[in-house]
Design a protein around this ligand. Structure first.
Ligand code: PLP
Ligand code: COI
Length: 341
């Protein structure tokens, strides 16, 4: 298979249409067989549930080219099961987990020419999503749904790649207690748009959201979980029922403990203790591990000791181990890597 002639090294995190996508439809209480299609457009009724009441959930994962030339994905089974949780919370029919993983494989294979080469710094981002498609005018769940997966080659989420970013403590809340912060619903992102536009307008790369009940605890950003490194080299990550259970974060915590022999803690992280950490990073599929150099809270700056030039040493070790596993030059724990071809 010949790769597309793309500028792999200089890609941003943006949408590029690729050749094939997967579509399955839910009607009369069941999912159809699903198939790949060339058509990137969706035609739906003006009153579709997704358009009126935002009944949509999604996932994000990546395909990587390994050092020895295989195309692999990273823990797609966890995306499949998280999407089931998301769907249930929005009263949508879950897409079967085995079919999710199979559909990911089909779409990646069909777009293999767009999977960036090993060492380019780019990856193929895979976006599964589903939405209510039949007309809904009273507030209730749709009866018909569409599940789709498209792919797009991407570079780093934050411009500058591994360069530390500056974030601000948001005055807006991301998720309510007992709300939908723990699922990957489009509505969580729609309501974060004003906050991110405001942060960018004020010169910040991202928002740090605090828990909306007490505004004392660190939650996450608009698209990634937090990890912190203590001065005595422990890895700390916020525990909260209102953040997305990041697959990257869960993997990093495992890698920290079992590959690097570090102590790990998932617990409440109070904003007041952030000034005492040695390193801070954002972790997620898109973000990978993006170092945070500075956190600003209404003009008050917390400068991480790791500085604004490069990742802190422990963040770097976590990054190297995680991406080493994903790119195939470090042995993965059982079941983490799914070889596509
Ligand atoms: N938190 C939010 C709000 C996200 O959108 C994402 C991205 O998926 C993450 C965390 C990271 O999750 P994961 O590592 O599973 O991609
Ligand atoms: C991902 O990391 O896959 C996400 O969905 C986050 C989003 C901000 C791009």
């Amino acid at each position: 298979m010949e790769k597309k002639n793309l500028d792999w090294e200089n890609m941003g995190f943006s949408y590029m249409q690729t050749d094939k996508r997967y579509v399955a439809n839910y009607k009369d209480g069941k999912w159809d067989d699903g198939a790949l299609t060339d058509d990137a457009n969706i035609v739906m009724n003006e009153c579709a549930g997704v358009l009126q009441y935002a009944q949509t959930v999604f996932e994000g994962l990546k395909a990587y080219t390994t050092e020895d030339g295989h195309i692999v994905t990273f823990r797609p089974d966890l995306n499949a099961s998280r999407m089931v949780d998301s769907a249930k919370r929005l009263e949508m029919p879950p897409f079967p987990e085995d079919r999710f993983v199979d559909a990911v494989e089909q779409v990646v294979k069909a777009n293999a020419a767009y999977v960036p080469p090993y060492g380019s710094g780019a990856t193929l981002y895979i976006r599964p999503y589903m939405f209510g498609i039949n007309p809904v005018i009273g507030v209730k769940p749709a009866d018909e749904y569409q599940f789709r997966i498209f792919t797009t080659p991407v570079g780093p989420y934050f411009k500058g790649g591994a360069k530390p970013i500056t974030i601000c403590v948001s005055d807006f809340d991301r998720a309510a207690p007992h709300g939908t912060g723990h699922i990957k619903a489009g509505l969580n992102y729609a309501m974060s748009l004003h906050a991110i536009v405001t942060a960018h307008a004020n010169g910040f790369d991202e928002n740090m959201y605090l828990d909306s009940a007490t505004r004392t605890k660190v939650e996450e950003t608009g698209g990634a979980n937090f990890i912190f490194v203590t001065k005595d080299n422990k890895i700390v990550t916020p525990h909260s029922n209102t953040i997305l259970p990041s697959i990257t974060r869960r993997s990093i915590m495992y890698v920290a403990e079992h590959y690097l022999g570090l102590e790990v803690e998932e617990r409440d992280v109070y904003f007041d203790e952030v000034k005492d950490f040695a390193e801070c990073g954002l972790c997620g599929t898109a973000a990978v591990i993006s170092p945070v150099g500075k956190i600003v809270n209404h003009g008050e700056e917390i400068c991480m000791p790791s500085g604004m030039e490069k990742m802190g040493p422990t963040t770097q070790k976590l990054y190297d181990t995680l991406t080493g596993i994903q790119m195939g030059h470090i042995e993965a724990p059982e079941g983490w890597i799914k070889v596509i071809e």
